[in-house]
Design a protein. Structure first.
Length: 238
């Protein structure tokens, strides 16, 4: 793919930011619309809201999932005025004067990152704004994902970390970023952090670790098979 003329490059960059900005604006509009409704416990909020309350109250409990997701829910509630006293007994219980909105906003905000990250992943792998926009719109208008990411659940937290892991892995292996540059190291650190967070929210995050491991193996295979590269570059760790 040849280099663009300066005018074409500037036009392409302007179009990129315009479309990406529109995607982000649509994301915020659709994700946070009527986030306070319904004002009662929905679905598995009864479990994860309750566990967030236990963390706030420093109550010991055991759960099949790792603790990070519930700890973040508890932290978001604590920082937004929730005191951990609501029972979360069953779906349908009215929140009344309970400060539940902060926990929903937190989960929704993480779920909202799926759309811009999908745009960035597809644009990075295809170098096509059209393909990236289409991928982002598929998630934007998916009512199932919209619903899943608007409540106090582990799913929006896990999905955010999964998408972040894939974005980081794609960026690290990208030809647009110079190997061992500051940007490369930052994306590598970002990828490792996201992978650690995936496993710390649910054990199914191990599948994402496997995926990124396979991507890394493929990159190493290409490097080892590239006879034009100096031998020392294959073992460089700086």
């Amino acid at each position: 793919m040849g280099e663009m003329a300066p005018e074409a490059a500037n036009s392409h960059k302007s179009s990129w930011w315009l479309i990406f900005g529109a995607v982000c604006a649509l994301t915020l509009t659709t994700r946070f619309y009527k986030i306070a409704e319904p004002d009662h416990v929905c679905w598995d909020e009864t479990h994860f809201g309750k566990m967030g309350s236990w963390y706030i109250n420093r109550t010991f409990f055991f759960d099949v999932h790792p603790p990070l997701g519930k700890m973040l829910i508890g932290l978001s509630g604590y920082l937004t005025g929730y005191d951990g006293t609501f029972a979360f007994d069953k779906p349908g219980d009215k929140y009344d004067n309970t400060s539940y909105l902060g926990m929903r906003v937190f989960c929704t905000a993480l779920g909202a990152t799926l759309i811009p990250m999908a745009f960035l992943i597809v644009e990075e792998t295809t170098q096509s704004i059209t393909a990236a926009t289409f991928a982002a719109l598929l998630i934007l208008f998916d009512v199932g994902i919209l619903t899943l990411t608007q409540y106090i659940l582990l799913d929006p937290i896990l999905l955010c970390f999964i998408m972040g892991s894939i974005l980081g892995a794609v960026k690290v292996s990208s030809r647009r970023i110079q190997e061992f540059s500051v940007s490369w190291w930052l994306w590598l650190t970002f990828t490792g952090t996201m992978l650690a967070c995936c496993v710390s929210v649910k054990f199914v995050g191990l599948f994402v670790v496997s995926l990124v491991g396979l991507m890394t193996t493929a990159d190493l295979w290409k490097i080892l098979g590239d006879m034009t590269r100096p031998v020392v570059s294959r073992y460089k760790i700086k």
